[in-house]
Design a protein. Structure first.
Length: 113
C-alpha cells in the first residue's frame, strides 16, 4: 500500500517512527529531537503583520540583477531568484525584499508569513 505523505497524520508517523527506531540509534534520535524542537519553535515564530505589510515590493530592474562577467553569452545580467520557488524574477516583475536581502515573488512569500 502506497500512502501519500499528506494522508499520514503526524501522530501515526511518530508512532511508526518510534516503533522502528531502536533507542541505540543516536543519529535518528537526534533527528527526531531536532524535528520536534524546530516544529515547536516555528509555532511561536510568526511574523508581525505590521512588519510584513511594510516589506518593499518593487519592480525588478537591472540594478537588482547580478552583473555577469567573463561571459561569452549575450546575457549580461542575471535576475534574482525567488528563494521559495527558485524561479527567476525577471525584469519588470514584482519582487518582495526582506531585511536579510533575499528577494521573493510576493505570492510565494505571503503564505510563509
Amino acid at each position: 500500500m502506497n500512502l501519500a505523505v499528506d494522508s499520514v497524520p503526524p501522530s501515526l508517523f511518530m508512532t511508526n517512527f518510534n516503533s522502528q527506531v531502536s533507542p541505540d540509534d543516536a543519529m535518528l534520535e537526534m533527528v527526531r529531537r531536532i524535528s520536534i524542537a524546530e516544529h515547536e519553535k516555528s509555532q511561536n515564530n510568526a511574523a508581525c503583520p505590521e512588519a510584513v505589510k511594510n516589506l518593499a515590493i518593487i519592480e525588478i530592474e537591472e540594478k537588482h540583477c547580478k552583473r555577469l562577467t567573463n561571459t561569452t553569452s549575450w546575457k549580461k545580467f542575471e535576475p534574482p531568484t525567488c528563494a521559495i520557488c527558485v524561479d527567476l524574477i525577471n525584469l519588470t516583475q514584482k519582487g518582495m525584499f526582506v531585511p536579510c536581502g533575499h528577494v521573493f515573488h510576493p505570492d510565494c512569500l505571503r503564505p510563509w508569513f
